[in-house]
Design a protein around this ligand. Structure first.
Ligand SMILES: O=C(O)[C@H](O)COP(=O)(O)O
Length: 228
């Protein structure tokens, strides 16, 4: 089976170099082009999907739509879940990454961005950015809603969804596409390729470039993932 992971195309806050996390920013025109180019590659490769997954965030949802349109598969069933959302960047959300590095030092910003188990500063009570203030999360248990997450915490909320839904589709012989985010996809790739807590620091996923895994029914990765 094929499992294709796509990080959303360039977003407005990727362009402005701001910590984004759960902020629901849109794609830029370049991000739209990246998504369409990714979909065309999938068309060229002749990959046909049975089911699609994405997050609750418009940059990933729109990327999925552009990809599927470009590869002629817009008819596919799409499952959306908050569990594929970007890592919650806590109180860093909205800050410029370069300015934050000037204030706190490159080392500290690198730790916040890439360390495995160090979380950014959390949102505090009363902060309007808290997910509980957003109606799309209204049906969720408040205790599941993050105020900031490390990559480790992101893995802990992505994997239950993988186990419960996505992996079952693959075991059933389905080809799956997932459009999500830099860090929710790093979480999945770490798990799938068994990457160590140290080595995951160096893994970056490019915007709009499909990452193609060949995977068997026992969820073994048959060959190294391909990207174009
Ligand atoms: O949430 C963000 O800011 C980006 O999507 C990912 O950012 P990072 O590369 O700083 O983790």
């Amino acid at each position: 089976m094929k499992l294709v992971l796509v990080r959303h195309g360039q977003s407005e806050w990727n362009l402005e170099n701001k910590f984004t996390g759960w902020t629901d920013v849109d794609l830029t025109p370049k991000g739209v082009e990246e998504a369409i180019a990714g979909g065309k590659k999938i068309l060229e490769e002749g990959i046909l999907f049975d089911v699609a997954y994405t997050s609750f965030q418009k940059r990933a949802i729109k990327t999925l739509n552009y990809v599927l349109e470009a590869c002629n598969q817009i008819y596919l069933p799409v499952n959306k879940t908050w569990r594929l959302n970007e890592r919650h960047y806590g109180a860093l959300q909205g800050l410029n990454k370069a300015e934050t590095a000037k204030k706190y030092g490159d080392e500290q910003v690198h730790i916040w961005r890439r360390s495995f188990d160090i979380a950014p500063p959390f949102l505090e009570d009363g902060d309007e950015r808290l997910p509980e203030n957003d109606r799309r999360y209204a049906s969720l248990d408040k205790k599941d809603l993050p105020r900031g997450e490390s990559l480790k915490m992101t893995i802990e909320r992505v994997l239950p969804y993988w186990d419960e839904y996505i992996s079952k589709d693959i075991k059933a012989g389905k080809n799956v596409i997932i459009a999500a985010h830099g860090n929710s996809l790093r979480a999945l790739v770490k798990y799938l390729l068994n990457i160590s807590d140290e080595d995951i620091l160096d893994l970056n996923i490019s915007t709009g470039k499909p990452l193609v895994f060949e995977i068997d029914k026992d969820l073994n990765i048959i060959e190294s993932p391909k990207s174009w």
